[in-house]
Design a protein around this ligand. Structure first.
Ligand SMILES: Cc1cc2nc3c(=O)[nH]c(=O)nc-3n(C[C@H](O)[C@H](O)[C@H](O)COP(=O)(O)OP(=O)(O)OC[C@H]3O[C@@H](n4cnc5c(N)ncnc54)[C@H](O)[C@@H]3O)c2cc1C
Length: 252
């Protein structure tokens, strides 16, 4: 507040306010709307009640009652670890992290993996989820998760690939009883919002910027996860600082 910054709450760009409106009011705009739509695996049963997107679960802090329940978290990054540890602390009976590669290849920080193990999280390395199955014979209309079908994987070094790829081991399928499944396999920008901005994006839907963080529209800047940079706090903070300097130059 001492810097004279005004914060306007409950405004959603692309919904309650448009980029055109901002352009009319301000000489420069900086977009830092993140990239928080959970990715999906497109497997059978992903639409069942009890399947959640990991970062939405944490971002909105809206959780089901985990007490006495079994939860599978799919993924190998820091988001998967954060989800698993949060869910365990909220009372889940058993929490599994299912990751298709080996422990050494897990992108999550080593310290976090160790701490998760100490907290009682079960890691299923070189395992993949192939299907989510609903409870059968229930009187409810809503179909809920009852179990998951998994498959074991082996790691195969393919020519030209930097790291070995997980390949399903035929016939190694097995089932695990589960109450909830949390997908933590990455996130992407909210396409509906990004498209409404009429700004150039790359093939993955991230906003493109030049070396001064300016987008394809003059005076509209962007930084952080929405530009597809390495999804860490440090890189986002750096982008914010660099973009602020570039915006100051632009306004001179
Ligand atoms: C569960 C989880 C764990 C993580 N763990 C780590 C970690 O351990 N270390 C690390 O370095 N990084 C971690 N990250 C990544 C890190 O949080 C991000 O890289 C960083 O926060 C990106 O900053 P940002 O400002 O670009 O976007 P965000 O921090 O995502 O902020 C975007 C903001 O814009 C708002 N918004 C979205 N759309 C609109 C709209 N249309 N209009 C207005 N506002 C909008 C969102 O509500 C949000 O508040 C983690 C991320 C998650 C989800």
């Amino acid at each position: 507040m001492e810097l004279g910054i005004q914060v306007k709450y409950n405004q959603t760009l692309g919904k309650s306010i448009t980029l055109q409106e901002l352009q009319q009011k301000y000489d420069a705009v900086f977009l830092a709307i993140g990239s928080n739509v959970p990715m999906q695996m497109n497997i059978e049963g992903e639409d069942l009640q009890g399947v959640y997107g990991g970062n939405k679960l944490l971002e909105n802090n809206e959780h089901p009652d985990y007490k006495g329940k079994k939860v599978a978290v799919i993924g190998g990054g820091n988001v998967a670890i954060d989800c698993a540890r949060t869910i365990k602390r909220k009372g889940a009976q058993e929490v599994y992290i299912i990751y298709r590669r080996a422990e050494e290849q897990m992108p999550a920080e080593k310290k976090e993996i160790e701490e998760a193990k100490e907290e009682g999280i079960t890691f299923l390395f070189q395992n993949n989820i192939v299907k989510i199955l609903p409870k059968e014979n229930t009187k409810e209309n809503i179909k809920r998760v009852q179990k998951i079908e998994c498959i074991k994987t082996e790691l195969v070094q393919k020519e030209g690939d930097l790291r070995p790829s997980p390949v399903d081991i035929k016939g190694s399928n097995y089932f695990l009883e589960m109450d909830y499944v949390v997908m933590a396999i990455g996130s992407k920008p909210e396409q509906e919002i990004v498209k409404s901005l009429s700004i150039q994006t790359n093939t993955k839907g991230y906003i493109e910027v030049d070396r001064n963080y300016m987008t394809s529209q003059k005076g509209i800047f962007a930084g952080g996860d929405i530009t597809g940079s390495k999804a860490t706090v440090a890189w986002a903070a750096r982008a914010g600082r660099n973009a602020a300097e570039a915006i100051n130059e632009y306004l001179k």
